[in-house]
Write a protein that binds this ligand. Structure first.
Ligand code: ADP
Ligand code: GN1
Ligand code: MG
Length: 358
């Protein structure tokens, strides 16, 4: 239920216009303002982001850093990065009350976004976009960033959270998803691989995006190039493997994240290859040996992590991800687990593909 009046919120940004619900994100409430030029208004999900003011400070700093890089190379700052629109009081966000925080961005015009890849070249463009984003942030001071979601990609911790959900069984759905739970727990052997390598210092801590979903890139509607990386709420210190793996989780699937027919779901090696090519063209020269070794496994791990998060949320009674139909999180969990199974059988081929682009 909407507990706020959008006209009043818009007035805080000195805007008075029609507005419509926009996009397919699972977290924030996004609206498009029909101004000229257009704006995006978002209610930050304060159930997920407990300190929205820290999210906004991160985003202001990160976008300023990226904007400098874009300017230096003659790019268009209005289209190649998010631009925060300040409130009439000069703030980066408007706080209505403890639960309702709003922000506004310039709308990035003349772009398209995808929920599924229909031509593998789109994955090449996606790889470039996230690789370039990673490169632009490689000299960003990590100690300036707040950790907006603690232990976000701590996969062993995500396994614990699944176990807690099973234990509590808040929705009473546990018995009905026994097969999915058994399958998920049988793959927990992989969970610690990236974290262990980070602890040993073989995989460096970098500033990463941490939510490299296909619909978090906007593509130029004429050239098809991935021009703007958006959804910067989770930019935090992390591993480059999170960004590599998570992009493949979503983009290299043969189907949508919530496809009900699992016979249609497999990990598409051509999409994988195109993404790897684009991403490595930007980043290959800065990777450590261990990062390279773990690139294929990162796709399995990030898919696994997301699958168990969806499964835990289903068992918890859908308290985290937005759902649009009954058992939506379960359908999402199933596609992810099917992909994990398929990726496991393709890891050797994936290693051979990576070698081609180093
Ligand atoms: P969520 O965290 O809920 O995924 P996002 O920030 O990713 O929220 O926004 C949801 C969707 O809104 C995006 O996938 C994209 O389609 C659209 N969107 C967000 N910001 C912009 C923008 N500045 N210009 C154009 N479209 C945008
Ligand atoms: C969420 O915000 P959105 O829809 O881009 C989630 C990601 C998941 C993804 C699964 C802050 O991403 O971690 O991988 O859904 N974001 C957050 O589709 O939890
Ligand atoms: Mg998003």
């Amino acid at each position: 239920m909407m507990e706020y009046n959008l006209k009043d919120i818009l007035a805080q940004f000195d805007v008075d216009t029609n507005i419509e619900v926009y996009g397919n994100g699972h977290i924030n409430d996004t609206y498009m303002c029909e101004t000229d030029p257009r704006f995006i208004l978002q209610r930050i999900n304060s159930n997920v982001f407990k300190k929205p003011w820290e999210v906004m400070e991160n985003i202001a700093n990160v976008t300023a850093h990226v904007a400098k890089k874009i300017k230096a190379t003659g790019g268009d700052v209005n289209r190649e990065t998010l631009n925060v629109i300040k409130t009439k009081d000069g703030e980066n966000y408007y706080k209505l009350d403890e639960e309702n925080y709003f922000r506004m961005y310039k709308f990035v015009e003349d772009t398209i976004s995808y929920e599924i890849v229909d031509d593998p070249i789109q994955m090449y463009n996606t790889g470039h976009a996230f690789g370039k984003f990673q490169k632009m942030l490689n000299d960003f001071p990590a100690d300036k960033l707040y950790e907006t979601i603690v232990k976000f990609h701590d996969t062993p911790e995500r396994v614990n959270q699944l176990k807690e959900a099973i234990e509590k069984n808040a929705s009473g759905r546990k018995e009905s998803v026994k097969a999915e739970i058994d399958f998920a727990l049988s793959y927990s052997k992989y969970a610690a691989e990236i974290m262990e390598a980070m602890k040993k210092g073989e995989v460096p801590l970098r500033v990463t995006h941490n939510d490299t979903k296909l619909n978090n890139v906007l593509f130029d509607d004429k050239t098809g190039e991935g021009i703007c990386v958006i959804d910067l709420d989770t930019v935090m210190p992390g591993s480059l493997l999170y960004d590599f793996g998570d992009a493949l989780r979503f983009g290299a699937s043969s189907g949508t994240e919530d496809e009900k027919d699992l016979d249609k779901i497999y990990f598409d090696l051509e999409k994988f290859e195109q993404f790897a090519k684009g991403f490595l063209e930007e980043t290959a020269d800065c990777l450590t040996e261990k990062e390279i070794e773990l690139l294929p496994l990162s796709a399995l791990l990030m898919t696994y992590e997301c699958g168990i998060r969806f499964l835990a949320d289903h068992i918890n009674g859908d308290t985290y991800f937005k759902i649009h139909r009954e058992n939506h999180n379960l359908d999402r969990a199933r596609t992810q687990l099917k992909l994990v199974y398929d990726i496991e059988s393709k890891l050797d081929v994936m290693h051979d593909i990576i070698k081609k682009y180093l």
